[in-house]
Design a protein around this ligand. Sequence first.
Ligand SMILES: [Cu+2]
Length: 156
Amino acid sequence: MKNLVGSTAFAALIALACTGAWAAGTHAGGHGDAIGKPGVAAQATRTVHVDMTDNMRFNPSSINVKRGETVRLVVTNSGKLKHELVLGTEKELKEHYELMKKNPEMEHADPNMVTLEAGKTGEVVWQFTSAGKVDFACLQPGHYDAGMKGAVHIAR
Ligand SMILES: [Cu+2]
């Protein structure tokens, strides 16, 4: 019985980490809008093109925006591997990455991320509501460790 409870809790943790509950619980919940919130495309004031490569790099890896701006991130996977761009705090990204490593087949999709097969282009529309830094990373197993990360710097 104890084991059953344990594995159920673990499954719930994974579900929480990789569904809308993750974004809602972590971002809209306790910390307020720590990293911002899903943006409305029609209100985007800036479009930034980001390239993802099999060199495990984002290009650019540093993006500058102003507080309150809604940004349309147009993300292209120009590699042959699957890549993704996930926005979050460094802590959130690391936690999520560990779950991805344990469950590599796990599918996840949220407004703060886009996962792309080779050659595909997708978008994340995000409003950066607080000054400071929001990190982003590719959480495909091995990629984050290889340095596939970057940051959005938000000026006041
Ligand atoms: Cu990657």
